[in-house]
Design a protein around this ligand. Structure first.
Ligand code: SER
Length: 318
């Protein structure tokens, strides 16, 4: 990786991956591209930024060519709840956007990182210890685009030799940028509400257990996989990775240890509850551990401690 393009750089993952890659590879060698959100001042000042809609293949090609990009972290995507609300748009951004990235990667010999998700499974998948290779019949548009993405990445590798790699992320928890439109967003919102109001009304049932991960581990997974010797990767795409499996109730109990008067209520959103109910409770990520040394650093208590510490200093600074 010498010249890196990050699509979706202003999103939840991109806004944290960009600064880490800039420290590692040099500010000028990491081109941040965003579309729907404006970059914050730090992101815009620390290196090249361009406005880019991944549905525009010509614009994408121009950025890759002009900057002599050799690696693309393709993070631009709609999340699960917005995708359910706007399925055609979700297909256009998530699936057609990826095809554009893969095509330019084929022409310009770029490596591609593609984040798939727990959403790529479905109600027929075993929910406990979800295997790496298993039934995938997603019943949401988000899941359909993510599964198609895994398959397309695999196809471009096999058919054209494009160096595609990717993981299936669980719900990601971060303090820097809000996710926006996902089913696991509650796990981020709960911290903002706990610190500001000592109360949160959760849109998922108390016992809805799902895989989760603190953002530093998610960033580490992406970089570790992309820096690993490609010859030694067997699966390449759609690696299960997880760090913890918890429900809103588990999360609330852990938060209470730091904010004793915190209370949680439940106002269920049937759409997002339905999506969550179709996802695994806990993925088996032993294949990622074995093939490229995946190992998370943050469990539930460590993540909650980090979130509260970082978010409270951010909120005080405002
Ligand atoms: N966090 C995502 C969502 O909830 C899942 O990949 O949509």
């Amino acid at each position: 990786m010498k010249k890196i393009l990050i699509t979706g750089a202003t999103g939840q993952i991109g806004s944290e991956l960009t600064p880490v890659l800039r420290v590692r590879y040099g500010d000028q060698n990491v081109i941040a591209a965003g579309h729907r959100r404006e970059p914050d001042s730090e992101l815009a000042a620390s290196g090249p930024f361009c406005s880019l809609d991944v549905r525009d293949a010509a614009a994408l090609e121009a950025v890759v060519t002009n900057h002599e990009v050799d690696t693309i972290f393709h993070l631009a995507s709609l999340l699960s709840a917005v995708a359910e609300d706007r399925p055609q748009l979700a297909w256009d951004i998530n699936a057609n956007g990826l095809i554009n990235v893969l095509e330019i990667a084929r022409k310009r010999n770029c490596s591609v990182f593609f984040p798939s998700s727990i959403g790529a499974f479905g109600p027929l998948t075993p929910a406990e210890n979800t295997p790496q290779d298993t039934i995938q019949h997603p019943n949401t548009m988000y899941g359909i685009t993510k599964l198609s993405g895994e398959l397309l990445c695999g196809y471009y590798h096999k058919r054209f030799g494009v160096d595609t790699r990717g993981v299936r992320y669980p719900g990601l928890i971060s303090y820097s940028t809000l996710p926006g439109g996902g089913t696991t967003d509650y796990a981020v919102e709960i911290f903002h509400a706990a610190l500001q109001y000592a109360h949160y009304d959760c849109f998922l049932r108390a016992d809805t257990r799902l895989d989760m991960m603190y953002m530093p581990d998610a960033i580490d997974a992406a970089i570790r996989l992309m820096e690993f010797d490609g010859e030694r990767l067997i699966h390449r795409n759609g690696y299960n990775v997880t760090a913890m499996s918890c429900s809103p109730m588990d999360l609330a109990q852990e938060i209470e240890k730091h904010i004793p008067d915190f209370t949680i209520g439940y106002k269920i959103d049937p759409v997002r509850q339905g999506i969550a109910d179709s996802w695994p409770r806990h993925m088996d990520d032993s294949v990622a551990r074995k093939e490229w040394g995946w190992k998370p650093q943050f469990d539930l208590p460590a993540m909650v401690e980090g979130m509260i510490r970082h978010l409270s200093s951010r909120l005080t600074a405002k």
